[in-house]
Each structure stands twice: as structure tokens, then as C-alpha cells.
Design a binder for this molecule. Structure first.
Ligand code: ADP
Ligand code: MG
Length: 464
């Protein structure tokens, strides 16, 4: 408790005391034992916005009645005869107010109440931010812990996007199989990423520094495929290079050979391939001496091999030889979680390549997620490149999408459109597509069965 000898310290007039109180950053208000203001510093006025004239010589009761302050600490201290602290909102700021009684040494009555006022808005802000950053730290710690405990749910391999658990399974299997030389058969529709998997298999194997040779069995004319694969000796056939030539199997020695579209291989060649897979030696066309080779064979097809085995178009024994480790790559429509990440991946790729800064209107991704992608990832890659290169705005909009993609989204549209809007969207799309194809409004008007002037008016209305 504070006692003050009135004769020694005259609070109001003391020359040293007064400037000290004035220079305090905290607000200070002093009332006498009846609650009349006797001293107030600048900080108090700054914090409360109440002028000293409204305080000095005025009783705190009046000040409260006038509504200048909501609550009086001074009167609480006078009532309870002890220090009191409250928090108050003053001018939108949170302030901490502490009142202290100063007792008269002789009589023991309260001579003064000294009130100290501190703006704690900033302090609270800091407290809040500290709490927030602690929560954030905890969240990150939890996430790291989760990441360690749970299965890694996103794979980051060079240039391979994989968020969907279906494709992550495939990639994990591929990484496992890469360590061994077993023959792998990749199954999946066109454009799902079979070749991506082959590269992964090769690049993460001990063969990575040796060649990866790709053979498209459907693209090489039948009569050339055998000599392409196995090579030939000089004079093997007319037109053959007279020094002879090693085949692709020999070129792949020490590495990996990828036989794409294996389902298209002719039956007689299938028999020869089977021999290679059994003996791991090849005989050049026109040659007699077999040569040992060390290759890892990966084949791929988008056909149903079991079906063509049943139809007698594919050798069953070869099928089993190739199918030692089958890896089935699901189509994009069954990997919905990959759609958005892939779309942004290709957007960035194309932007970077052509120095564009295009972006998607959010609904575009919604349509992508509904679409069936019959051409899978290849189709998406090509579509996005086309959209980036041809769209008129920096934002790729729904209007820019081809009809095939738009149609798939009709049943699950993100927003409710009026019939008029739907009709207009349709008109806009049809006109745009025809313009792309036929270039002139005259021709398009003719095709759509209207006069050129009607078409031009319509285009204006539709903002084309
Ligand atoms: N997971 C993926 N992440 C990024 N790009 C991919 C992915 N899968 C496929 N692609 C790309 O899609 C295109 C088609 O893939 P590709 O391996 O050629 O398919 P497939 O051989 O099954 O027809 C390629 O340009 C490829 O780079
Ligand atoms: Mg392919």
C-alpha cells in the first residue's frame, strides 16, 4: 500500500514529479478521495480521447454519467479500498486499467486514487499471433508425423504427376519391379502413360546407363519388323545393307527393349520372339550363329490380350512369357484425383514453353473432372496446349472448351443457368466452332441457315 506525506509531495504542483508523469506512455489519472480529478497526463487523453478539461476538477461520477468512460475504477477502489484492475474497451481499443488507493498516513482515509491505463490492443494482437503461429507449428509437426506414419499419398517423380492412389500403386509397383530383370507387360488404354512407366522402369534400374530402345510393333511394316528386331547378315535379302546390320535387340544390349503395341505382332514373328525370351539369344536374319544378349523386355498393349489369345491371334505361350509381371495402368477417368494436378502441370508446361501467363477459370477444371478423357493424358496434354495457344484471353474460359468436354459437364453444372443462358452458350459454341472451321461469316451463315447480317448481329449480342 502506498502512503504519501502530503506535505512532502504536492502531487499537482511538484516540478519534478509532473513532467515524469506527463512523459509516461501509459495513461495516468489521479482523483482525490472523493473522486474528483486532480491530475491527468497526455497519454490518458490520447488513449481515451477525453480532454483534461473534462476530467480535472470534475467528479468521476459525472464523467461516467456523461458517457465519457463506461466504468470507473476510481469508485471501485474507493469502495473496496484496495487496488483494482479491469479491462475496458475505449474507442475500440482494449485497455487495461489499474486503480491504486493512496492512503493518508495519519487518518488512514484514501487521499488519492491513482489510475494507470495501458493500451493492450497491440499486446493482444501479438498474443493472438503467437498463439496462431504456435498452432501452425503444431499443425506442421502433426503433418510431418502423419507423413511419416501414413503411406505417402503423393508421389513426386521427375515430370510424373501422381496424386490418385490408383496411379501411386502402379508407380510403387514399377519402382519395385525396376530392381529386377523380370519381363513386364504394361496394360492400359492409349495415352495413359505406358511409356512414362517404361522410362521409370529403365531409369531406376541398374540398366539406366545403357540404352532404352523403343519399338512400335504396329508402326514397322511386317516384312521389316523381323530384321529390325533381330538384324541381318550381309546378303540376307535383296536391298539389304551388304555389311549386315545389328537389330534393335542387339542395340539394346545391357539395357531395356520396349515392345510397344505387342498385340499387333504377326504370329510367325511371335514364335521368334518367344525363342528370344526363352534363350536370351538372337539370330540375325540370314545368320546361323545365335548371339547372347542381355536385355530387359518390357512390352505394352492397349488390347485385351487374353481375348486375342482366345481368338488365336496371339500365342498363348508368348502371352505367359510376357505377362510375368503385369502392370495395369488405369484410364484417367478412373483417376479423378489426378485430373486437376495434371491440368495445372500441362498449363505450366505450356506457359513456360511459350512464355505465356494463361490461367484457368475455376469452372474449367470442374468440366475437366467430369469429362471421360477417352484419349487419356495424351488428350489432356494436347487439349491444354491448344487452349493455351489459341485462347484470346489470359483466362481460359468455359467458352473456349470443345463441345465434347462441355457436354460431359452438362448434367453436373456448377451453377444454375437459365434456359436463355444455356441457349446462348450453345449458340456461342456452335458459331465459334463453325467460324474456326469455315473462317468467314458468309460461309457460317450459310451453314447455319441464316443471313449473314443476322449472324453478325447475333455474334455481336453474344460477344463473339
Ligand atoms: N503421370 C503423368 N504425369 C505427367 N505426364 C504424363 C503422365 N502420364 C502420361 N503423361 C504424358 O501423357 C502423354 C501420353 O503418355 P504415354 O506414356 O505416351 O502414353 P501411352 O504410352 O500409354 O499411350 C505423354 O506426353 C506423357 O508424358
Ligand atoms: Mg504409347
Amino acid at each position: 500500500m502506498n502512503f504519501i506525506d502530503d506535505t512532502k509531495y504536492n502531487l499537482v504542483s511538484n516540478d519534478t514529479f509532473y513532467p515524469i508523469i506527463q512523459s509516461s506512455y501509459d495513461g495516468i489519472y489521479v482523483a482525490d478521495g472523493k473522486g474528483n480529478g486532480v491530475l491527468v497526463n497526455q497519454a490518458y487523453s490520447r488513449i481515451t480521447g477525453i480532454s483534461p478539461d473534462d476530467l480535472i476538477g470534475k467528479n468521476m461520477k459525472e464523467v461516467v454519467e456523461k458517457g465519457l468512460v463506461s466504468e470507473s475504477v476510481t469508485f471501485k477502489v474507493l469502495e473496496e479500498r484496495k487496488p483494482i484492475t479491469i479491462t475496458q474497451i475505449v474507442k475500440g481499443k482494449e485497455v487495461l486499467v489499474t486503480g491504486n488507493p493512496v492512503f493518508d498516513q495519519k487518518t488512514g482515509v484514501i487521499a488519492y486514487v491513482v489510475t494507470n491505463m495501458r493500451d493492450i490492443t497491440e499486446l493482444n494482437q501479438l498474443k493472438f499471433e503467437l498463439r496462431k503461429s504456435r498452432q501452425l507449428t503444431q499443425k506442421y509437426l502433426d503433418e510431418i508425423e502423419d507423413f511419416k506414419n501414413k503411406e505417402i499419398y503423393q508421389m513426386h517423380l521427375d515430370g510424373i504427376v501422381a496424386h490418385d492412389k490408383e496411379i501411386i500403386k502402379v508407380l510403387k509397383l514399377a519402382q519395385k519391379v525396376a530392381k529386377v530383370d523380370s519381363t513386364v507387360l504394361l496394360l492400359g488404354e492409349s495415352g495413359v502413360g505406358k511409356e512414362v512407366i517404361v522410362k521409370l522402369l529403365h531409369n531406376t534400374s541398374h540398366r539406366a546407363n545403357n540404352p532404352l530402345i523403343k519399338v512400335n510393333c504396329a508402326a514397322i511394316p511386317e516384312h521389316l519388323l523381323e530384321s529390325e528386331l533381330f538384324g541381318y547378315e550381309k546378303g540376307a535379302f535383296t536391298g539389304a545393307d551388304n555389311r549386315g546390320k545389328p537389330g534393335l535387340f542387339e542395340q539394346a544390349n545391357g539395357g531395356t527393349i520396349f515392345l510397344d503395341e505387342i498385340g499387333d505382332m504377326q504370329l510367325d514373328l511371335q514364335a521368334k520372339l518367344l525363342r528370344v525370351l526363352q534363350e536370351f539369344e538372337i539370330t540375325r536374319v540370314g545368320g546361323r550363329k545365335p548371339v547372347k544378349i542381355d536385355v530387359r523386355v518390357v512390352s505394352a498393349t492397349n488390347m485385351n490380350l487374353e481375348q486375342i489369345v482366345k481368338e488365336g491371334k496371339f500365342r498363348e505361350d508368348l502371352y505367359y512369357r510376357l505377362n510375368i509381371v503385369p502392370i495395369k495402368i488405369p484410364p484417367l477417368r478412373n483417376r479423378r484425383a489426378d485430373v486437376a494436378p495434371l491440368a495445372y502441370f500441362f498449363l505450366n508446361k505450356t506457359n513456360n514453353r511459350y512464355q505465356f501467363t494463361k490461367r484457368f477459370q475455376p469452372d474449367v477444371i470442374h468440366y475437366f473432372e467430369q469429362y471421360m478423357w477417352p484419349g487419356n493424358i495424351r488428350e489432356m496434354e494436347n487439349l491444354i496446349e491448344r487452349l493455351v495457344v489459341t485462347s484470346d484471353h489470359d483466362e481460359i474460359r468455359i467458352d473456349d472448351l470443345p463441345l465434347s468436354v462441355l457436354d460431359s459437364g452438362v448434367s453436373k453444372k456448377p451453377e444454375k443457368l437459365s434456359l436463355k443462358e444455356i441457349t446462348e452458350n450453345l449458340e456461342r459454341r456452335i458459331i465459334k466452332e463453325n467460324l474456326e472451321e469455315y473462317k468467314t461469316t458468309r460461309k457460317v451463315a450459310e451453314i447455319l441457315g441464316m443471313s449473314q447480317s443476322t449472324l453478325v448481329k447475333k455474334m455481336k449480342r453474344l460477344g463473339i
